[in-house]
Design a protein around this ligand. Structure first.
Ligand code: M6R
Length: 614
């Protein structure tokens, strides 16, 4: 949610900042801007509505000659204030001595804006962020020339969240960064430094990074950096070497990141299973899971909390944990969990799931659970993310960087991780060895089965293209595949802007059946499991009302062939793992419909990859 970058070194700052912003664009993309300090120590600012490509063209048109080795940039996902040039970052004071980029929300900005306006500051945007730069101007002491202290004093009066970078023309050799609730990472190069809201931004330049923590301030010069508390106490930080390879954040031969990520799923699962599954012993081993056998045996309830797609994986996780570990599970939207009074017992286990590890609602739910004394396991994809750090124990998804805003491979790896976790706890409780072996052997076959579904991509595309002009869709599934109906509908909504609803199939007759007519396609997820016959009756009900039926199934059944308009056959697995296979055609249907509508599937309108505001 908003991306920020900064550079200081010997190279052309504008090119590095524009390039880094491009890799951050998935965090927000309604407008973007850049501020550079040029060789005459002037602040050069350019802001544009739209994508980074647009900003790049305009920067080279109007400021292509500017020589600068220091600057900051921002790509915006609007919260306060419309999408226009004035509201785009960087924000400057009226004399253009200071510039800031900010990610987060300043909650008391209205009060501060009033105070600053009364003192003579002139605001040029509607944003909450702009108060920061005016506060910095206000606190800057000419005699001291200390941008760090001006930033710190400004931060002492703001309430809210921030990941920010600030520069000043009177100190054209430093960037000051600070973090509270919005991620910030420092990249260390050779006589050059980078700052960004996300390691993806700076991966081609350096793999040596320092994660800045909440309430920390970093002062960056080209050859060194120093970190401090908000009370000016020095903090020593360790350098982390990020082992992602740069190919992981490029599209390669694929037309979009989303398609690449869909096709990466078999390998992503192998990465998640690697070293953890020992089928012959019926055992799962997790490195970072701080769960003793004693504790596992005593767990009497599990609460899983997450948002969006991660919430859908949580629902599948509920079915798995209840089935394999025989523990009751509640699933809660993180945004609801944090604002009610969740009753947590001493033997409850809380699991939070988040691809980004930065989702504000999920992070706050984690904190609330910890305040209540619960043990919290974080399941995240982004190494070093806030949720990963603040959890008592954690499991990484190992899906690799997910750039497409619509989550695909991270979802799959959430399912596989939850399956492993359910088996792990199950084995610590009552699950017999032979059952552990059977499940883990089956789990190991999932990547190959997904690869077989992906081989049918052309056929799935043909089916999808029949429905490009449809305006509504219904997705129905039962049991383990009810959450897959929800996720299939979400994927379609997110990237094709077609209205879609997911329902438990049997609920259709309690309301949604009123919507069924010849214009309503209904996607049924119908594996040959204990509920197959029941879902067949639901299909009959739709056909009786002239609805169009698309079926995803592993059974070649003559009755189904007569009833369905389109059938996508997938390989069989056990009921509990079938969601991992059945989601693949639904991702592809959404994808091909959206592409046929010529939509930008990697950056769907109004969305951002990681939602770091409430
Ligand atoms: O990073 P998280 O998993 O915490 O994100 C949660 C949701 O914002 C996310 O799943 C969202 O629904 C995606 N756009 C789904 O494709």
């Amino acid at each position: 949610m908003c991306g920020i970058v900064g550079y200081i070194g010997n190279r052309d700052a504008k090119e590095i900042i524009l390039d880094s912003l491009q890799r951050l664009e998935y965090r927000g993309y309604d407008s973007a801007g850049i501020a550079l300090i040029d060789e005459k120590n002037h602040m050069v600012v350019q802001k544009e509505v739209g994508r980074i490509d647009n900003l790049r063209n305009e920067v080279y048109k109007y400021n292509g000659e500017v020589e600068s080795q220091l600057g900051i940039g921002h790509t915006r996902w609007a919260t306060h204030g419309r999408v226009n040039e004035q509201n785009a970052h960087p924000h400057c004071d009226s004399k253009k001595r200071f510039a800031i980029v900010h990610n987060g929300i300043i909650e008391n900005y209205q009060v501060l804006r009033k105070i600053l306006t009364d003192k003579g500051h002139t605001f040029s945007s509607e944003t909450d962020s702009e108060v920061l730069v005016h506060l910095i101007e206000e606190f800057y002491k000419e005699e001291e020339r200390n941008l760090q202290s001006a930033v710190v004093e400004a931060l002492k009066v703001v309430e809210g969240t921030y990941g920010l970078a600030a520069i000043c023309i009177d100190e054209p050799y430093k960037i000051v960064g600070a973090r509270n609730g919005s991620p910030l990472v420092l990249g260390i190069g050779e006589n050059e430094m980078f700052i960004a809201s996300d390691v993806n931004a700076i991966m081609p330049y350096t793999k040596n990074v320092v994660y800045i923590e909440d309430k920390e301030v970093v002062v960056i010069k080209s050859e060194k950096f120093k970190t401090y508390t908000l009370d000016y106490q020095r903090i020593e930080k360790s350098i982390t070497v990020v082992d992602w390879d740069v190919d992981a954040i490029s599209k390669g031969d694929y037309e979009t990141f989303m398609l690449k990520e869909i096709f990466e799923q078999p390998n992503a699962i192998v990465d998640a299973l690697r070293g953890r599954v020992h089928a012959r012993d019926g055992a799962v081993k997790f490195g970072g899971l701080d769960l003793t056998p004693e504790h596992a045996k005593n767990i009497d309830k599990v609460i899983i909390t997450a948002c969006g797609t991660s919430w859908h994986s949580a629902l599948v996780g509920k079915y798995m944990i209840e089935r394999f570990a025989e523990i009751p599970v509640e699933v809660d939207y993180a945004s609801e969990f944090r604002y009610r009074n969740p009753v947590l017992g001493k033997n409850n286990l809380v699991i939070v799931i988040s691809q980004s590890g930065e989702t504000a609602d999920t992070l706050e739910a984690l904190r609330e659970a910890k305040r209540k004394g619960a043990k919290v396991i974080g399941i995240t994809n982004v190494i070093g993310s806030t949720i990963a750090k603040e959890s008592d124990g954690g499991i990484y998804l190992h899906a690799g960087p997910e750039i497409g805003v619509a989550s695909t491979k991270a979802f799959l790896n959430q399912l596989i991780t939850l399956a492993m976790l359910a088996i792990y706890i199950g084995r610590l409780k009552n699950m017999p060895l032979y059952e552990g072996e059977r499940l883990l052997e089956e789990l190991a076959l999932i990547p190959q089965k997904i690869a077989e579904v992906l081989e049918q991509a052309d056929k799935i595309k043909e089916i999808a293209l029949k429905y490009v002009h449809t305006t509504n869709f219904l997705y129905l599934g039962r049991g383990f595949n009810y959450p897959i109906a929800l996720e299939g509908a979400l994927k379609l909504k997110e990237i094709s802007y077609i209205h879609a609803e997911g329902y438990p199939a049997a609920e259709m007759k309690h309301g949604p059946i009123a919507l069924i007519d010849e214009n309503m396609p209904v996607v049924f997820i119908a594996p040959k499991d204990s509920l197959y016959e029941k879902i067949m009756s639901n299909i009959e009900e739709v056909k009786a009302r002239a609805g169009r039926v698309i079926v995803v199934t592993d059974l070649d059944d003559s009755v189904m062939r007569q009833k369905a308009d389109d059938i996508i056959y997938v390989p069989s697995t056990i009921e509990e793992f079938s969601p991992m296979i059945n989601i693949i055609p639904l991702q592809l249907i959404a994808y091909y419909i959206a592409r046929a509508k010529e939509l930008d599937v990697d950056k769907p309108r109004n969305l951002a990859k990681s939602v770091t505001v409430e």
